[in-house]
Write a protein that binds this ligand. Sequence first.
Ligand code: FES
Length: 175
Amino acid sequence: MNAAVATPQKNQNRIQAVLKHASGDKRFKILEVHMKKHQFRQDALIEVLHKAQELFGFLEDDLLLFISVKLKLPPSRVYGVATFYHFFQLKPQGEHTCVVCMGTACYVKGADKVIAAVQAHAKIKPGETTPDNKVSLLTARCIGACGIAPAVVYDGTVTPRVTPEAAVEQIKKWM
Ligand code: FES
């Protein structure tokens, strides 16, 4: 989807879908609290994008649209800024994404071991994609699921209490 060129009606439908999706994902709530801290100021956009990338690992379309709605900015502006700066990652290259939460709660429960196991198996570092473009490995900081640490997000699905073995199993399925 490219929200920047969508028709207004399509955009409205898309926005409704995104807000519905957001209501079931704690990470959007955390991001909204962060925007509130900045009084939903439009000039806090870069700061908000940083926080979003920290939470999600990368800036997917839904996320950019969510930010544009909440900050009352045109989607084209949000896309423009996100694509301008090289430190924002819009899309992992891989067909599948494995985002390992490296926030404190997950870390103390062994997220470092999970990521080490995935790295060793897939032979990629965080931020990289396997040469066959199957799997991208990313990290995030606290995704709001500390109670089920260590948490890993496989293709957008938050998965609780992930062991290194379970993570490797998932990667094997994808590869
Ligand atoms: S530290 Fe991982 S969910 Fe909070």
